[in-house]
Ligand binder design. Sequence first.
Ligand SMILES: [Zn+2]
Length: 253
Amino acid sequence: MHEGTNLPHFASFAAVPAAPGVMTQARRALLDLLFPPRCVICRQTGSAFCPACLSRVQPTQEEAPSDPETAGSVRLSGIRSAGLYRPPLSLAIREFKYRRRTDLAASLSGLMAHTWQSSGVGVDLVAAVPLHEKRLAERGYNQAELLAVEFCRAVKLPHLSPGLLARQKSTEHQVGLGLQERRRNVEGAFVWNGPPLQGATVLLIDDVATTGSTLDACAEALLQAGAGALWALTAARAVVKSGHDRLADGPIP
Ligand SMILES: [Zn+2]
């Protein structure tokens, strides 16, 4: 297993300031005081995802990325996820991603940090899965970027500046697509715009991993840029059986 080294030359890739759309902690604290957040699940006042609801998140089993039943990734050393894509986590992620509840980034990344620290894996750099600029303009924020910023703050790892890894192909939504279609849909979708990665081990961050094909396509671009190894960490893992791409509680994102 590779141990993270935090090599000094990687520091130049790191984005220390908060990404656009991320509130400063002081501003958030003031807003929380004036308008106390409500839990997106139980509506209790106090936090965006309250401790009682967080405790109901179902953990995942560690899963090899080469598992032919579920995984579309052949380039990642492994995917770790904070929980299964089931309520309450799936409901919180939909609010976070589609209903502008960006204040959920701290709770979700806190779960992810806990999962990652338990994994014992060392990495040099962290990168968020980018959105295409059109999708970013529609949504107003990249949910993976918000998670990566908060995650890096929690675990003290350098975060790659947004834009170094870019999505050059505007792909259709993956919802409703099977494994092979998802893989074809994102093939060659990502490009690296930075300096050579010189063997660095990179951790990719996203909100949900389904087949792993999006993460795999990012890994392809980073390996071509000289990364030594790739890991992935997501807030949730949607477990699918081959031939099925829907869960009991709705379509997979
Ligand atoms: Zn709650």
